[in-house]
Design a binder for this molecule. Structure first.
Ligand code: FAD
Length: 437
C-alpha cells in the first residue's frame, strides 16, 4: 500500500536499502520497487565486497582502483570509498552479515586486477547475504514501508526542485507522490542489452528521466563487460562465472586449447582479449578451465556456480566451460557530488545509477557493492540534516492528465534516450556494445 512519506526511495538493491536504514528513524520513508523486493542485481552479486585490509594496504588499493579505471577516476571519490570501507563492513557485521572467516579473522579472497587478497565473501552468494540482511532489517523498521510492483515513471519538478515522483502501481493506476526528498537507487542499464548479467527489468529508468528533465549526467559511455559469462543460446539473463573463479586459478583457453591472456588483468583487458579470439576463430565462446581444482573444493567454494553449470550440462571439475563476455556494469550515470546530490535540488542518486567518477572508465572487481553502501550512507546523512529544516508537506493523489497513457511508448522512448546517450563520445568495448535488445 502506498503511504505518505517524507522521503521516497526508488529501488530495493543494496544502495536503496542501506540509504533507508541510515536515515534518522523519525523520518518516514517509502521505498518503491519495480518487482518484488528481492529482484535486484545486488542479490546476484557472487564474488564479494572489497575492503581496506589495513593501513598499509591503502596505496595499493588506491592504485589498483585507479589503474583498473584507466586513471579516469575521481581521486577524491576513490579516497572516500577506501577510507570508509572498514566501517561499512563493521555496520554489515552488526546487521548479522556472515563473511567467511579463518578463526576470528576474516578470510580474504582475490579477483582480477587486485594486487592482494582483500575481498570478503560469503561462499559465492555474497550479494544475497548482504542485501538479504539489509532487507530483513528494513522490514523491521517502523519508519520504512516497502511497496513492491510499483514503478517510478517520472518525477515531479518545480523550477529545478524535485517535489516527488509519479508512479504506476501493479494494477495500472498512476499516482503523484509528493515528498521532501527523492532518492534514485534504480541500478544499472543491463536490461537494455541482449547479453547482460543484469536482471531484465533494470533498464536505467532514472537516467532516462534525468535526460528528460535536463539533470546532469556523467561518463555515460563507460559500460563494463564481464569477460566470463556462461555461453548459452537461451534468451535469459547471462549467468556470470565470477571473477573469483579466475582468482582461484581458473584459466582461459581458446579454440586450439591455448592460453591467450593473463586471466587476472582488469575486466576490459580480458574481455577485449576474448573478443579478439572470437573474431580470429569465428566462434561464439572461449573456454574456462578449473579442472586443476579438486571437486570437493569447487563445491565448497563455488556451490551456486557449480550447481548452475551442472544444470546446463557442465561439470566444472571435469569439463571445459564455454564462456563469452556480456554487459555487466554501468560506471556512468546521474552525476552526483560526494554526498550524492544531483544537479536538481532535493533529488539524490545512489548506487549503480549514480556517478561520482569513483570507478573511472572500468570498475575494479568487488568495488560496486562497497560503493553502493559507502555513498548511500553519506546520502542518508545529508538527507537527515536537510530535512531538519523542512516541514514536510507530503501527499498522494491520483494522476489526472494523459501524459502517461501509452506506457509501451513511454518505455521505448526511455530506452532510446539512455542508449543514445551511451553512444556519445568514445565507447568502451565498442564492438561488444552493439547488441542491444
Ligand atoms: C551477476 C552479478 C554479479 C555481481 N557481482 C558483484 C560482486 O561480486 N561484487 C560487487 O561489488 N558487485 C557485483 N555486482 C554489481 C553489484 O551487484 C551492483 O552494481 C550493485 O549491487 C548495484 O546496487 P544498486 O542498489 O545500485 O542497484 P540494484 O541492486 O540493481 O537495484 C536496483 C533496484 O531498483 C529497482 N528499480 C529499477 N527501476 C525502477 C523503477 N523505474 N521504479 C521502481 N524501482 C525500480 C529494481 O527493481 C531494484 O530493486 C554484480 C552484478 C551482477 C549483475
Amino acid at each position: 500500500m502506498l503511504n505518505e512519506a517524507d522521503v521516497v526511495i526508488v529501488g530495493t538493491g543494496a544502495a536503496g536499502l542501506f540509504c533507508a536504514l541510515n536515515i534518522p528513524k523519525h523520518i518516514k520513508i517509502t521505498i518503491i520497487t519495480k518487482n518484488q523486493a528481492e529482484d535486484s542485481n545486488s542479490f546476484l552479486a557472487q564474488g564479494g565486497i572489497s575492503v581496506l585490509k589495513n593501513n598499509n594496504d591503502y596505496e595499493s588499493y588506491f592504485e589498483d582502483t585507479m589503474k583498473a579505471g584507466q586513471y579516469k577516476n575521481n581521486s577524491k571519490s576513490v579516497e572516500v570509498l577506501i577510507r570508509s570501507s572498514r566501517s561499512i563492513i563493521e555496520d554489515l557485521v552488526k546487521l548479522g552479515v556472515d563473511f567467511e572467516r579463518n578463526g576470528e579473522d576474516f578470510s580474504y579472497t582475490r579477483e582480477g586486477a587486485h594486487s592482494v587478497n582483500r575481498i570478503l565473501h560469503h561462499k559465492d552468494i555474497t550479494g544475497k547475504e548482504i542485501t538479504g540482511k539489509l532487507l530483513q532489517e528494513a522490514r523491521k523498521r517502523e519508519n520504512i514501508t516497502i511497496v513492491p510492483y510499483t514503478t517510478m515513471i517520472d518525477i515531479l519538478e518545480n523550477n529545478n526542485v524535485c517535489t516527488g515522483v509519479v508512479v504506476k502501481t501493479k494494477d495500472g493506476a498512476i499516482y503523484n507522490i509528493s515528498s521532501s526528498a527523492v532518492v534514485w537507487a534504480t541500478g544499472g542499464i543491463g536490461g537494455l542489452f541482449e547479453h547482460s548479467t543484469n536482471m531484465k527489468h533494470i533498464t536505467g529508468d532514472s537516467v532516462a528521466i534525468a535526460i528528460k528533465h535536463k539533470i546532469d549526467l556523467l561518463d555515460m559511455n563507460y559500460i563494463q563487460f564481464h569477460p566470463t559469462t556462461l555461453y548459452s543460446k537461451k534468451k535469459d539473463r547471462s549467468f556470470l562465472i565470477s571473477e573469483a573463479v579466475r582468482g582461484e586459478g581458473a584459466i582461459l583457453l581458446n579454440e586450439k586449447g591455448q592460453r591467450f591472456v593473463d586471466e587476472l588483468q582488469p575486466r576490459d583487458v580480458v574481455s577485449e582479449a576474448i573478443y579478439k579470439q572470437l573474431k580470429k576463430y569465428n566462434t561464439e565462446y572461449v573456454y574456462l578451465s578449473l579442472r586443476h581444482m579438486p571437486k570437493d573444493k569447487i563445491e565448497e567454494r563455488f556451490p551456486n556456480i557449480y550447481e548452475k553449470c551442472l544444470e546446463e550440462g557442465f561439470d566444472l571439475s571435469t569439463d571445459l566451460l564455454p564462456v563469452t563476455p556480456a554487459q555487466h556494469y554501468f560506471m556512468g550515470g546521474v552525476k552526483i557530488n560526494i554526498d550524492c546530490e544531483t544537479s536538481m535540488k532535493n533529488l539524490y542518486a545512489v548506487g549503480e545509477t549514480s556517478c561520482n567518477g569513483v570507478h573511472g572508465a572500468n570498475r575494479l572487481a568487488s568495488n560496486s557493492l562497497l560503493e553502493s553502501l559507502v555513498f548511500s550512507k553519506r546520502a542518508a546523512h545529508i538527507i537527515g540534516i536537510t530535512l531538519k529544516n523542512i516541514k514536510p508537506e507530503n501527499k498522494i493523489s491520483p494522476y489526472k492528465g494523459n501524459l502517461y497513457k501509452d506506457m509501451d511508448r513511454l518505455q521505448e522512448e526511455y530506452h532510446h534516450l539512455v542508449l543514445n546517450e551511451t553512444r556519445k563520445g568514445s565507447v568502451n568495448n565498442a564492438e561488444l556494445c552493439m547488441h542491444e535488445s
